[in-house]
Design a protein around this ligand. Structure first.
Ligand SMILES: *Cc1c(COP(=O)(O)O)cnc(C)c1O
Length: 220
């Protein structure tokens, strides 16, 4: 079923939408099956799990960290991670830069926004993102590349609500692009859409969907 799912997404998705196959909690064998079907981008939400899997799997996999990450765990993924989707404060960004530098590499990051109705401790809003992007030390962080935004919609059956939240993230993306990233070739990604809401996300301009259960089956 993994193979069939990957092939279905390969057919369905236009070139401007990337598939992040979210393999959290799933064994390396399942990832290998998806890899053999041509999938190269995988998402995890725990630092040590990402590092352990990266050690065992081919080097041309792009590992994405999609879940919240604690500052002290960044060192575990710094040698492996291609993109971190969950940057929501300056301290995290600074630490990613430091660990990337130690590993002599550059790490792509996305700014995570809180767009859902549910309470959450995580995610930026339109006010505190300005503080982050106007930090005078930002230009010195040479080992991180800010590539766009990420968000999760409310867990609901109300499609209008979900649509509204995705459109809001698209609007935030455009505003930031026009304000802080006018000349940037890097700030191009809007990471939104999961198994239950990705068609709505694509309608609203998603460039990266993060799909777990539809590919790998329900998580235990
Ligand atoms: C688990 C997870 C996903 C994938 O969720 P599915 O509903 O299984 O597709 C996507 N994004 C994040 C941040 C996740 O934690």
């Amino acid at each position: 079923m993994i193979k069939e799912a990957i092939e279905r997404y390969q057919k369905e998705l236009q070139d401007n939408v990337k598939l992040v196959a979210v393999s959290k909690t799933k064994p390396v064998e399942a990832i290998k099956t998806a890899y053999d079907s041509g999938q190269r981008i995988f998402g995890e939400n725990r630092a040590q799990e990402l590092a352990e899997k990266a050690e065992q799997l081919p080097n041309d996999i792009q590992w994405h960290m999609v879940g919240h990450i604690q500052t002290k765990q960044i060192k575990y993924i710094a040698p492996y991670v291609d993109t971190i989707h969950s940057i929501d404060k300056w301290k995290t960004l600074e630490e990613v830069n430091k660990r990337a530098e130690q590993n002599e590499r550059q790490i792509n990051v996305l700014l995570q926004f809180h767009i859902a109705q549910e309470e959450s401790k995580f995610g930026l809003d339109e006010d505190n993102v300005e503080t982050l992007l106007e930090n005078s030390e930002l230009k010195q962080l040479k080992h991180v590349k800010i590539c766009g935004v990420m968000g999760m919609a409310t867990l609901t059956d109300d499609k209008d609500q979900i649509r509204k939240e995705f459109k809001d993230l698209s609007r935030i993306y455009s505003k930031l692009k026009d304000t802080y990233f006018v000349n940037s070739r890097d700030f191009i990604e809007i990471s939104m859409g999961m198994t239950n809401d990705y068609p709505l996300a694509i309608e609203a301009g998603s460039t990266m969907i993060r799909i777990g259960s539809d590919i790998f089956g329900a998580r235990g």
